[in-house]
Write a protein that binds this ligand. Structure first.
Ligand code: 13P
Ligand code: SF4
Length: 307
């Protein structure tokens, strides 16, 4: 619409004038992915953030991702359009729960999914993302790990590494968007699109994962169609992913595994609050120095172990 075009023009002007680089996660609405300088999965965004020379970043995603950027770039100014974009899965784990598990399993290193709060990362030995969770855990010199907060990613890691993965907090740690994918959903789309390849995020339950053709992070999902001859793909993750896939692979077709796989928090950013965010240069991510210093260690350990 004309109003949307107007906002987009203003955002591009303000971005230049105020000197911001815009980073967006793959689940953002299409219009925002299109105005971003860089889009990616959580691992790509975390890595790239350290390579960007610009010291002003507007981040479009959810709070734990913005916190990770700040932890890796403490001197940069990181702003987000709303402080209300959070991740219920990340919030399902607390430092107290981690401490309880550490007491029970003192020999087990703590591996936290980046989808966790900075306060929790303070107690982790390593972080991981969905793109490298299997790699990180397989390289850790221990046959047992405490892993959280995503129980589904934890079960995937256990399956792939053969290690004992103790989920923390346990049954309550999951992403409500991915946890809803069922075996029935996969069977249904398989019938509807028999020639399509079905790709799914590892945050999904095992019963659904087991029936799919490929399991990967959103960044890995972007690479898969390049290497596969199929013309149609079913995408088992948040629906925002479809936009980038369609734009990148114009001769292939993409359908969501479920139309209603929507992360409400990822969708809290819109053209209007992005415009206001640049105009007022708010809301800035601020974290206590001590938390940043401690939370940085497991993130750097992740980068190191992957080298
Ligand atoms: P990735 O982009 O790392 O695959 O993460 C998915 C996710 O759920 C982020 O909130
Ligand atoms: Fe959290 Fe799931 Fe939303 Fe990602 S998609 S931010 S894991 S609720």
């Amino acid at each position: 619409t004309a109003i949307e075009r107007d906002f987009i023009e203003k955002i591009i002007e303000l971005k230049k004038e105020k000197g911001y680089t815009i980073l967006a996660h793959n689940y953002q609405i299409g219009e925002l992915q299109d105005i971003a300088d860089i889009t990616g999965d959580s691992l790509q965004l975390a890595r790239l953030a350290t390579e960007i020379e610009n010291d002003k970043i507007l981040f479009l995603g959810v709070d734990f991702m913005a916190e990770t950027l700040k932890i890796l770039n403490p001197s940069k100014k990181i702003i987000v359009p709303t402080k209300g974009s959070t991740c219920p899965m990340a919030n399902s784990l607390t430092p107290e729960i981690i401490k309880e598990f550490k007491e029970k399993y003192p020999e087990a290193p703590v591996v936290l999914y980046v989808n966790s709060t900075a306060a929790c990362k303070v107690y982790a030995d390593y972080t991981c993302t969905s793109a490298n969770a299997v790699d990180v855990v397989s390289k850790i010199d221990s046959d047992i790990v405490l892993f959280g907060p995503d129980k589904n990613l934890g079960s995937y890691v256990a399956e792939k590494t053969g290690k004992k993965v103790i989920p923390i907090p346990g049954d309550t740690g999951y992403c409500y968007v991915h946890n809803r994918f069922s075996a029935e959903d996969v069977k249904k789309v398989r019938e509807e699109h028999p020639d399509a390849k079905i790709i799914i995020h590892p945050e999904s339950p095992k019963e659904a994962r087991d029936l799919c053709d490929y399991i990967g992070s959103t960044g890995q999902m972007m690479k898969f169609p390049e290497t596969d001859d199929a013309k149609e793909f079913i995408i088992g993750t948040e629906v925002g992913m479809i936009h980038k896939l369609e734009n990148t692979f114009k001769d292939k077709k993409f359908y969501p595994l479920k139309e209603l796989a929507i992360c409400n928090n990822m969708k809290k950013n819109n053209l209007k609050n992005v415009y206001l965010s640049l105009l007022n240069e708010e809301h800035e991510i601020e974290l206590p120095e001590e938390i940043m210093e401690k939370a940085k260690i497991p993130i750097l350990n992740m980068f190191k172990i992957m080298e």
